[in-house]
Write a protein that binds this ligand. Structure first.
Ligand code: AVJ
Length: 321
């Protein structure tokens, strides 16, 4: 069997976690929902469209860096196993898979994602295109469970600036756990992060002209309506993308257009919204070279390489042990 799928999330995990997260979001203030709830089947399609938007430079810039340095990364790591956290469709991973296949070291690709359907689709498509590769897919929430299957040297890829979704505290905890599993000589981390830049360019990336990001943001309300029998009216909220200059992060918010109340039946809860009141649905931190290098060094993962696209919009970091 060249493909294995290990589901580490019990069938009712998502349901219980969503209830808990929504319970917190709508009883405490400021109202904050974790971004992982965007990615049901519809949200995953919308995110895929986001990565192709002219305003969303992140995906293109990262792929550009990967293309420019994949052969070097393959040579530096000699990876036998490529683990990818939050792998999604594994689309841009192909650049790495190509280089590692070319170098002849790679035996196993181990994608980790919360979405079982996305993982299955990605694994099947990769299986067709990389006939000599074994695939060990794991359904897991990498914030609480970090599966690292396969033989060393292992390369762990955490791309797409997903690190930016974590608060500094969550980031420290996550990096410490990552450090604790990257134990073997030769293990490596490949991290993709978006960089601080002109706020208008950042805001455009999260508030595109076609309204795809707005639909993506509001999709979380559809998820709540469906999964928790809630009565959110998507038309009663505006999509907002805000630059938080102090924390150096983009914040996606859903802002109530009018004061109204929403029933969340499965939680036995009525959420009151004042006009202009926000739900914080995602933070997307942007990074600078020095502080991020320090943060990684403190976590025991000092970067050995730092590459950017020609316009220095995005960075790819490699930590080798
Ligand atoms: C995949 C989480 C990194 O924050 O840029 C895209 C998600 N949200 N547009 C990001 C996202 C709105 C994306 N991450």
């Amino acid at each position: 069997m060249r493909i294995t799928l290990d589901n580490r999330l019990p069938a009712d995990h998502a349901a219980r976690a969503l209830r808990a997260d929504a319970g917190t979001a709508f009883t405490e203030r400021p109202r904050t929902l974790p971004p992982k709830w965007f990615y049901d089947a519809h949200g995953s399609v919308l995110f895929d469209r986001i990565t192709r938007l002219p305003e969303y430079y992140l995906a293109r810039a990262e792929k550009q860096i990967l293309r420019a340095h994949a052969a070097e990364i393959a040579e530096l790591t000699g990876a036998r196993t490529l683990v990818e956290l939050g792998s999604g469709t594994s689309e841009k991973t192909r650049v790495l898979l190509d280089a590692l296949t070319e170098a002849g070291t790679l035996k196993l690709y181990a994608p980790v994602d919360v979405s079982d359907t996305t993982l299955e689709g990605a694994a099947e498509s990769l299986c067709r295109d990389y006939p000599d590769l074994s695939i060990a897919a794991t359904v897991a929430d990498f914030e609480t469970d970090l599966p690292l299957p396969g033989a060393g040297p292992r390369l762990v890829a955490f791309l797409g600036s997903t690190l930016g979704n974590l608060t500094p505290d969550q980031r420290a905890a996550f990096l410490a756990r990552l450090r604790s599993v990257l134990t073997h000589e030769g293990d490596a981390l490949l991290l993709g992060v978006d960089l601080v830049k002109e706020p208008s360019a950042l805001i455009r990336a999260y508030d595109d002209d076609q309204g795809v990001t707005a639909a993506f943001n509001k999709n979380v309300l559809r998820v709540l309506n469906r999964e928790l029998h809630a009565t959110f009216d998507l038309g009663a909220f505006d999509h907002k993308a805000i630059w938080n200059a102090e924390a150096e992060r983009v914040e996606m918010r859903l802002r109530a257009r009018v004061s109204h109340s929403v029933e969340i039946h499965d939680l036995n809860l009525t959420a009151e919204f004042g006009r202009g009141e926000d739900i914080l649905t995602e933070i997307s931190a942007k990074f600078r070279r020095e502080p991020l290098t320090e943060e990684l060094t403190r976590a025991g993962l000092p970067p050995t390489h730092w590459w950017t696209d020609p316009q220095s919009r995005f960075a790819l970091l490699l930590t080798t042990r």
